[in-house]
Write a protein that binds this ligand. Structure first.
Ligand code: NAD
Length: 418
């Protein structure tokens, strides 16, 4: 298999990483074979009546990877590049992420191939509802619980919940997480992934004796995750020196005012042209002088060509699968500590879990309770993985995979699957 293939196909990368963990743990090969494929993968297509009266057909997926530890759990992504292998890889990462955090969930993921920037609000709502009509029989609060991902948000979760409830004749807020507060959402959910990334950044920085006060941070992606983590890291004392999004990027070595930048993005739709900054491109972001680099956009952004030039001491993966396996080896050689995605960005699913618990109990927590419990679980998971990293002398990613695979394998074995 060429390194090109593994760079371009996140499914192959996920399968290879699992096999490596299975070997390192001395588990039977069947564990890797079971985890290489999803338990169920559904492809659907459905028509949407567009505002101009025409009909457009969209393709969507729901992947249910593994439910040994609990119901499938995972977001729904709207993006033109969504494809079967990507959804499968993302569902595998969800299985592992839930296991790393010790959540009673398995892994799932969904996606619809579409460009939401080209859809009106009405078309987006019709598309969201139609997708749920196609998959409602296989999802639900007891067996598969969706959530937001790239280009999906609380309003979309609200429409999806309403469609599910209409079809089932129920009121089941626990069917989906990341909902608006009034529909049973949880305090702290919107910013949870970013907050969790900030907690992991703090813990990892402590281990490499990097003081957060004044530490320079470069962030790729300034959406839900990127903007919140930048804001919280700035509150912790970091200096955010560079940010890029899909339209362009900005740099200021003295640090960016993140609340102002958030206002700028709300007005102009991009970080581009933020006053008092120098424009930069994606590749310059990776080579920016900084101590901490945080990819918070999409997969395969840190690849062998740019990994060589990275100057950061710490990389915290807010995005899913941002680092190719070839780049990983380069980072390891350079002695850069990488806090892997399945650990670093698990704050979102952790608070999704809290949201689901609150929905099932019909009893709601305060924001402070949510944040405190999430922080405690993230710190515990970090320490567990860091201990494995030191004891077994393996990179953090391998340690996280080992911790996760060991838990899923134990559950599969006790269920009699092995
Ligand atoms: P989002 O759609 O809100 O934001 C994505 C950001 O990335 C935007 O600023 C966009 O402009 C930027 N971007 C997209 N393509 C880019 C490119 N080629 N170059 C530079 N920037 C680019 O999405 P999000 O919810 O913030 O998710 C970001 C990442 O975090 C994804 O990998 C997602 O799977 C992961 N993640 C999200 C959550 C969550 O709770 N939202 C949880 C866990 C992991």
């Amino acid at each position: 298999m060429s390194s090109m293939e593994t760079t371009l196909n996140p499914l192959l990368a996920a399968q290879q990483q699992i096999s490596k963990a299975v070997r390192a743990l001395n588990l039977e090969q069947a564990v890797a074979a079971i985890l290489a494929e999803p338990q169920r993968f559904v492809e659907v297509s459905f028509p949407v009546k567009m505002d101009d009266g025409s009909v457009k057909v969209f393709k969507g997926y729901r992947c249910q990877h593994n439910n040994a530890l609990g119901p499938f759990k995972g977001g729904i992504r709207f993006h033109p590049d969504v494809n079967g292998d990507e959804v499968k890889a993302l569902s595998i990462w969800m299985t592992l992420k839930c296991a790393v955090l010790n959540l009673p969930y398995g892994g799932g993921k969904g996606g619809v191939v579409c460009d939401p920037t080209e859809l009106s609000r009405n078309e987006l709502e019709q598309l969201s509802r139609r997708f749920i009509r196609k998959i409602y029989k296989i999802v639900g609060p007891e067996n598969d619980i969706p959530a937001p991902d790239v280009n999906t948000n609380a309003s979309i979760m609200g429409w999806m919940l309403d469609e599910y409830d209409s079809l089932k004749g129920s009121n089941s807020p626990g069917f989906i997480t990341g909902k608006p507060l009034i529909l049973g959402g949880s305090f702290g959910r919107t910013e949870a992934t970013g907050r969790g990334v900030a907690v992991v950044t703090r813990e990892a920085a402590r281990q490499i004796e990097l003081p957060l006060e004044g530490a320079r941070v470069a962030v790729q992606g300034f959406g839900n995750v990127g903007s919140h983590l930048a804001r919280i890291l700035q509150q912790m004392g970091c200096r955010i020196v560079a940010v890029v999004d899909i339209y362009g990027g900005i740099r200021n070595p003295d640090g960016l005012d993140i609340p102002e930048l958030i206002n700028h993005v709300a007005k102009h739709g991009s970080v581009k042209d933020f006053p008092g900054t120098t424009p930069i491109g994606n590749e310059e972001l990776f080579t920016t002088e900084c101590e901490i680099l945080i990819p918070a956009a999409l997969e395969n952004q840190i690849v062998d060509s740019n990994a060589k030039h990275i100057k950061a001491r710490l990389i915290v993966e807010a995005a899913n699968g941002p680092t190719s396996p070839a780049a990983d080896e380069i980072l390891e050689e350079k002695g850069i500590l990488v806090a892997p995605d399945i650990l670093a960005n698990a704050g979102g699913v952790t608070v999704s879990y809290f949201e689901w618990v609150q929905n099932l109990q019909k009893f709601y927590w305060t924001e402070a309770e949510v944040n405190k419990r999430m922080e405690r679980m993230m710190v515990q998971a970090f320490q567990n993985v860091y201990r494995m990293h030191q004891e077994k002398r393996v990179p953090m990613r391998e340690a996280a995979y080992m911790a996760a695979v060991a838990r899923v394998a134990e559950a599969m074995s006790l269920r009699g699957w092995l």
